[in-house]
Design a protein around this ligand. Structure first.
Ligand code: IPD
Ligand code: CA
Ligand code: CA
Length: 257
């Protein structure tokens, strides 16, 4: 299945590259949440090809109405993760595809066509960047850890969420090496998987933001939880907290100070 998925995703990558250098009309889904015709075009392309190749899977995708779609044997798509980067010409943006069987992780693919970075993982087989095995870093000290985060779109409208973003940054910034906010949650997870970052956290992410990256991260030896240190549940948990595993407890207690 992975080979066929890759063939289709690589093809979608051509459309992605075309869109990245074109002028884009932007529509707003919410105050800070934007969408372009390329989000829709890439999603339509992937959905059409995936439903022909894998008719036994339901497809859950960001720009679609997923109300009556059951999550079970499912392919979860974010056609462009990091749309704000895509629109503004920041090359940190990707296609994210996570495959679940019986709601359990099966295959994760995150592809940045601009930088030609392809992250892949199949359950039990490890994680790879452009075919080379990747593993998480072995840093076990939060103070020397590079931490990544993202700001929820709700920070433009919900004061409680904005305050929580600021509070957690105040906790983490002095206690870590530094904080990054590059604007693609799927790639943030892959950067922890490949040992660039030691940890990442964000609130209000959707299943398509993390469905693939979570699989890649776990296969690279990383840890994924919610803010209480319990299992992170797709479609349910408010916060995702991921790390190389070694800093996880210290990271969680610092976030929750
Ligand atoms: C967004 C990106 C961003 C994160 C936002 C996401 P989108 O996805 O992953 O890094 O901070 O919360 O919604 O809208 O570009 O697909
Ligand atoms: Ca996204
Ligand atoms: Ca998106």
């Amino acid at each position: 299945m992975q080979e066929k998925l890759l063939e289709i995703i690589k093809e979608a990558g051509e459309l992605f590259k075309e869109g990245y250098i074109s002028s884009k009309e932007v529509t707003f889904k919410a105050k800070k949440d934007l969408v372009t015709k390329y989000d829709v075009a890439i999603e339509d392309f992937l959905k059409e090809k995936f439903s022909l190749a894998f008719p036994e899977f339901t497809i859950i995708a960001e720009e679609s109405d997923n109300t009556n779609i059951e999550f079970n044997d499912s392919i979860i798509i974010d056609p462009i993760d990091g749309t704000t980067n895509f629109v503004n010409g920041v090359p940190h943006t990707c296609i994210s595809v996570g495959v679940y069987k019986n709601q359990k992780p099966f295959i994760g693919i995150v592809y940045n066509p601009i930088l030609e970075q392809l992250y892949t993982a199949s359950i039990g087989e490890g994680a790879f960047l452009n075919g080379e095995k990747i593993i998480v870093s072995d840093d076990n000290n939060l103070q020397t850890s590079l931490i990544s985060t993202g700001f929820p779109y709700t920070s433009g409208t919900c004061e409680a969420d904005l305050n929580d973003v600021v509070k957690k940054m105040k906790n983490i910034l002095p206690a870590s090496q530094d904080i990054r906010r590059l604007g693609s949650a799927a790639l943030d997870l892959c950067y922890v998987a490949s040992g660039i970052y030691e940890g990442f956290y964000e609130m209000n992410l959707k299943a398509w933001d993390v469905s693939a990256g979570m699989i890649i991260l776990s296969e690279a030896g990383g840890k994924v939880t919610n803010i209480d240190g319990d299992n992170y549940t797709l479609f349910k948990s408010k916060y995702i907290v991921v790390s190389n595993g070694s800093i996880h407890d210290e990271f969680l207690s610092c976030l929750n100070k």
